[in-house]
Design a protein around this ligand. Structure first.
Ligand code: AMP
Length: 213
């Protein structure tokens, strides 16, 4: 099963992608997580990606495509995967389709988690992330047991630079300009499915499992 999660930053696609990965036993592949791991490890790729991420811009396609194709070529992706945050541009989608085409495969579904911009801005300012283990929280909806401390590893939680309000507004603009055209792209291919991302997390997940079977 190969599934792509679409949706604005903060629409909840990461949370849903993790739940899908667990339910269907496929890896959760997040380009954002991979970039953050590179930043944490101080790699050249991480240093380059951080410049764009902190400004709410997209990392250039050539860097992103390389990291993604390397990841999905790994053994654990043989039976499929759920992509979270990739593709974000039409060229990225085309590269993925071409790579899959070469091995006689294709994406099964692109699931759009639909949430209006106003809700997104409200949600993102409440997000908190653990930079050590990657766990994410929300001060209202998914609070940690102790304020500002990660349940999983005990590290301090932070508001990621890219979740700050001014960056979020820029990320939404970038989303509308560069990523939203993917809705038409996957609609044309007949594999787009839309779920209402304003519903409670469990209901969104039920809608998704009804689609994926
Ligand atoms: P995310 O965790 O998916 O919200 O990604 C965080 C940031 O990483 C984004 O705002 C981009 O700067 C960068 N990023 C992640 N995935 C991609 C992608 N597919 N293309 C370009 N930039 C990306």
């Amino acid at each position: 099963m190969k599934v792509i999660m679409l949706g604005a930053p903060g629409a909840g696609k990461g949370t849903q992608a993790k739940m899908i990965a667990e339910r269907y036993g496929v890896p959760h592949v997040s380009t954002g997580d991979m970039f953050r791991a590179n930043i944490k490890n101080g790699t050249a790729l991480g240093t380059e990606a951080k410049k764009y991420m902190d400004a709410g811009e997209l990392v250039p396609d050539e860097l992103t495509v390389r990291i993604l194709l390397d990841r999905v070529a790994k053994d654990d992706c043989k039976n499929g995967y759920v992509l979270d945050g990739f593709p974000r541009t039409i060229p990225q989608a085309k590269v993925l389709d071409e790579a899959l085409d070469k091995i006689g495969e294709q994406v099964d579904y692109a699931v759009d988690v639909d949430v209006p911009d106003e809700n997104i801005i409200k949600r993102m300012s409440g997000r908190r992330a653990c930079l050590s283990c990657g766990a994410t929280y929300h001060i209202e909806h998914v609070p940690p047991k102790t304020a500002d401390v990660c349940d999983q590893c005990g590290s301090a939680l932070v508001l990621r630079d890219d979740d700050k309000p001014e960056t979020v507004k820029n990320r939404l603009n970038v989303y509308h300009e560069q990523t939203q055209p993917l809705i038409a792209y996957y609609t044309e291919k007949g594999i787009l499915r839309t779920v209402d991302g304003t519903l409670p997390m469990e209901e969104v997940f039920n809608a998704i499992t009804a689609i994926l079977g």
